[in-house]
Design a protein around this ligand. Structure first.
Ligand SMILES: Nc1nc2c(ncn2[C@@H]2O[C@H](COP(=O)(O)OP(=O)(O)OP(=O)(O)O)[C@@H](O)[C@H]2O)c(=O)[nH]1
Ligand SMILES: [Mg+2]
Length: 390
């Protein structure tokens, strides 16, 4: 319930009351029992509530029945999350992805031709998908879904071209992943000296942000800040954000940022692992970053480190532990400068130029119609160069 509260606040609502029902069998018509419906209706009246939020998924029928019985707009957890995403989307790609997720959620819920999209789709605000024609039918929605998918695919291809060039030449890519509110953006800002908006609201970050992080003299990595995950993350959102999350599946290394001060850290970790598996990033090399240790006493820190010897304890806020994290990154990313002697054909200008970008050239000499270069390059690139230019 605390998480639902936080979600509600992040969607711009203020919470005026809450009701819990423990019930072994859910009511197919209204989810909660009829007595409970009356109790909720009374509470809504007393508190002047405008919206009802359910932590549980509602069927279209349940949603309609509840709205009629209580006379209030009624949303389930998925719709609430979609609503927050719709508020946060800034870039064209982000907006397209959110709209795709909303339509995907709506499509099976259209009860018949001509159902009002605004009623089903609009969240706490009026952020339903489309916003253009409120009355529409399935066929039009399917067409829209297709055209959004094509558009997203186009954006994705552009990014991929940019990305592969960047990755090879410059630096390894490290993606920050984790539960929403774990402190990913705060850590990102500290490591890159950039300003990624961070706040106590859930799903603050939507669009991925890439910046260079200097780890030691002449050694850097590209850091990617990404959208956070949550328990019961709507499947349509994961699917819609596949393009964005590609940054994660292709990263050289993942930093799994966890809020070590959260009581349910282990459950959150499970949720994150499930999403990582779903997007095909489950097998990426990973470092567990246990964040917010400034909020823990010495006892709990010790217990935490004992329980997770591989994890790195940090505070993105105070900077504690970040040197250890940087050292570990340097090692895991194999960034240590390594001497190589390489031989190129005179025509291989691009490859020669790439050595200059990748490392430090110590000597560059002609040998007949060939070019011999002595350089120091990151250890991780040594095999790749030696195989072709020995
Ligand atoms: N005490 C403490 N708070 C932190 C620390 N790091 C981040 N926070 C706070 O945690 C909240 C969430 O931080 P963000 O960096 O926005 O978290 P995020 O993982 O990027 O969240 P989303 O983008 O919403 O998924 C903010 O209020 C931060 O100030 C830390 O090391 N210690
Ligand atoms: Mg963030």
């Amino acid at each position: 319930m605390e998480e639902l509260r936080q979600l509600a606040r992040s969607a711009g609502a203020s919470v005026v009351g809450s009701v819990i029902q423990e019930k072994p069998r859910l009511d197919p018509a209204t989810l909660i029992g009829s007595g409970k419906v009356e109790e909720v209706a009374r509470l809504a009246e007393q508190t002047h509530a405008e919206v009802l939020l359910f932590d549980h998924e509602l069927s279209p029928i349940q949603q309609r029945n509840l709205e009629q019985a209580v006379g209030r707009k009624t949303l389930d957890r998925t719709q609430l999350i979609l609503d927050i995403f719709a508020r946060r989307a800034r870039t064209r790609e982000g907006r397209l992805q959110v709209e795709l997720a909303q339509l995907d959620y709506l499509l099976p819920r259209l009860l018949g031709k001509g159902v009002l999209l605004s009623r089903l789709g609009g969240g706490i605000g009026t952020r339903g998908p489309g916003e253009t024609k409120l009355e529409t039918d399935r066929r039009r929605i399917r067409q829209r879904i297709q055209s959004i998918k094509r558009e997203i695919e186009r954006v994705r291809r552009t990014r991929r071209t940019r990305h592969s060039g960047r990755t090879r030449a410059e630096a390894p890519v490290v993606a920050l992943v984790g539960y929403t509110n774990a402190g990913k953006s705060t850590l990102f800002s500290t490591l890159t000296h950039a300003e990624a908006p961070a706040s106590d609201q859930l799903f603050m970050t939507l669009d991925p942000l890439v910046r260079r992080a200097r780890l030691a003299a002449g050694q850097a990595a590209l850091l990617v800040d990404t959208v956070g995950f949550i328990q019961k993350l709507p499947h349509s959102l994961v699917a819609a954000f596949r393009a964005t999350l590609e940054e994660v599946t292709q990263a050289d290394l993942l930093l799994h940022v966890m809020d070590a001060s959260a009581e349910d850290m282990a459950e959150r970790e499970e949720s994150v692992n499930a999403v990582l598996d779903e997007i095909g990033a489950g097998d990426r090399p990973r470092i567990d970053v246990l964040n917010k240790i400034d909020a823990l006493g010495p006892e709990r820190r010790r217990a935490l480190q004992d329980a997770r010897p591989e994890g790195v304890l940090v505070s993105a806020r105070t900077g504690e532990g970040l040197d250890t994290l940087r050292d570990l990154l340097l090692r895991r990313l194999e960034l240590a400068p390594t001497s190589v002697r390489l031989r190129f054909g005179a025509a291989e200008q691009r490859a020669i130029a790439s050595v200059y970008t990748a490392g430090r050239v110590l000597a560059h000499e002609a040998d007949g119609d060939q070019v011999v270069i002595e350089a120091e390059i990151p250890a991780r690139l040594v095999e790749r160069y030696r195989a072709r230019f020995a």
